[in-house]
Design a binder for this molecule. Structure first.
Ligand code: ADP
Ligand code: MG
Length: 156
């Protein structure tokens, strides 16, 4: 487990963009943290790093649960804030995206319960002062470990 601190929304965006440049189809990023912690800002950065253009701005799919963007590969951006339990999630057909042709970034990923893919990079966001956020990384699987290592390498 490793952590980074960002001092502004722009910092968090830049970190996301760095990750976006590294992602390949099949990668799964679980985003955990309270409202306003910076998850969506991070996803905006990832989208930029994947080459999603500003013509298609990233907004939070709070009501739709899933927004799809296309850069050099598809970005599946989930926000599960409105979900209540894991049983409900099973019925929503998310699994086809998880093993699919793009990358998945899931806000409130803890709500996936059993359908959280066993291999994933998890990033927990914590408020740590006005514009300061602590991002705690945890890798499950070899690919996630590689991503985490590469990301930290470009940020140090
Ligand atoms: P979430 O998706 O976790 O609910 P958002 O990314 O939508 O959070 O909102 C984060 C809010 O916090 C935005 O208003 C953003 O401008 C602000 N903010 C301040 N500092 C930071 C930071 N270091 N990283 C990310 N967002 C920040
Ligand atoms: Mg959000």
């Amino acid at each position: 487990m490793t952590e980074l601190v960002t001092l502004s929304a722009e910092d968090t965006h830049a970190l996301g963009a760095a990750l976006g440049q590294m992602l390949v189809a099949g990668d799964f990023i679980a985003l955990i943290g309270d409202l306003g912690a910076g998850k969506t800002h991070f996803v905006k950065g990832v989208a930029a790093g994947l080459g999603v253009t500003d013509d298609d701005p990233v907004t939070s799919p709070t009501y739709t649960l899933l927004n799809i963007y296309t850069g050099r590969i598809h970005l599946y951006h989930f926000d599960l804030y409105r979900l209540s339990g894991a049983e409900q999630v099973d019925d929503l057909g998310f699994a086809e995206y998880f093993s699919g042709d793009g990358v998945c970034l899931v806000e409130w990923a803890e709500r996936l319960g059993d359908i959280l893919p066993s291999e994933h990079l998890s990033i927990s966001f914590f408020h740590s002062g006005d514009d300061r956020r602590r991002l705690v990384f945890s890798a499950a699987g070899v690919r996630a470990e590689m991503l985490m290592r590469d990301l930290l390498a470009v940020c140090q």
